[in-house]
Design a protein around this ligand. Sequence first.
Ligand SMILES: *Cc1c(COP(=O)(O)O)cnc(C)c1O
Length: 490
Amino acid sequence: MNFIQTRGYDASKPKNVTFSEAILNPIASFGGLYVPESLPSLGEEFLIKHINSSYKELASDMLSRFEIDIDKSVIDEALNLYDKFDNPKNPVPVVKVKENLYVSELYHGPTRAFKDMALQPFGIVLSSIAQKRDEHYLILAATSGDTGPAALETFKNRANVQVACLYPDGGTSDVQRLQMVTEDAKNLKVIGINGVFDDAQNALKRLLASDDFKAALKKKNILLSAANSVNFGRIIFQIIYHIHSYLELVRQGAIIIGEKVYLNVPSGNFGNALGAYYAWKMGLNVSKIIISSNENNVLTKLIKTGKYDLRDSCVVSTTSPAMDILKSSNVERILFDMFGHERTKELMQELESKNFYELSADELAKLQESFDADFCNGEEGKRYIKDIFYNHGYLMDPHTATCMKSYETCSDPKIKTIAYSTAEWTKFSPVIANALTGEIDAEDILALESISKEANLEIPAMVKELFTKPIAQSTIIEKEEIEKEILKFL
Ligand SMILES: *Cc1c(COP(=O)(O)O)cnc(C)c1O
């Protein structure tokens, strides 16, 4: 299967490209994105066939239906990385929290957040494409805390790939920072910046667009790519677990095949939600996808009013920082799917030039057939964490907690909900400790210990050992020095 472009075709790039090409050069004509020409239709048969399959068997069959230009042996090797998750037989457990509410836990990988679901296999796929083409890549990553650790972990010691990872010094949790600065491998460089996440992200965008930087890399025989969440190589792995989670409910006797469920997704860049939408289009029985946000609630406004409005907004820092995003990149793929490339180009160009677009009444009605949304502020989120822990015995992180409000305001209680949990409690422990006991901990280690005692949960070994591991990456620089520092590393 080939990939086409969300904003149409500007005659400067091929009209359609292979999966490998879409992964290596993710930006399409007019600044658009790549999307599959069509989605494979799986239907009920596929669900029935996989009722007793392992996660890997399900994943392997689903991926094969896309007919991408990656050898089956590479796909199998990539899927074997799910063996590193807590339970290799079931890397994504689905847990009943209360009547009709189930939580699908996407955080059981090596870096304890949902980014591992896609980045773990993606690392193998990208490295194998680079080797096959006999090319060397520099992968740039800018992180507010979860993508960086997951990208470093997946590319560590992989052939033909080097990674430079930028993070805002002081802008991540201790656990997130330690996950990055303790990574010790020759092909990894972690760079702390005196600045905020936007400074890291802007530096990355500037380098990706810089001809001088690319020319300097070319002299060293290195090409440039990025591991950000618009890359279809990540999206494809984010369709699988939605199908898996549905089948888990069938296996638990909670639903029968054919029954509709809500998928409730804590959203930032809309990659997780896009995976849910594609799974639905491929044949999963879904009542609606519910988009949960924090105070950065542009997506709630879009889905409720049809207006994408950034004119008076700036990003605010919240207790769920992985969702502190205003330009939610993957929404573009939904616009394309619903309204076609001409309209997508028009809307995206309006957003770029006026910081605003508005859907027509018909378009909004169409969007609302598939999506509903609400947002939850930090205080409400902490109340949900506390209530659900003390009344239902389930501990959730602040990102997952945003789903609890929209669960109450957007769903018909007779229909079952799968809410997605995107991070383990260990990654955002000061907020959770505060929610449970009111304490204010400046350091993660204190919060981890107190939650561990309060909730009677072990701190997982890979988190505990971070605090005693040697620091391998100690570069902290001003944002003006980033380019020089990366070239020095190469
Ligand atoms: C990345 C992330 C999200 C947002 O996912 P998107 O696919 O960007 O919508 C939510 N929660 C956590 C913990 C994350 O790391």
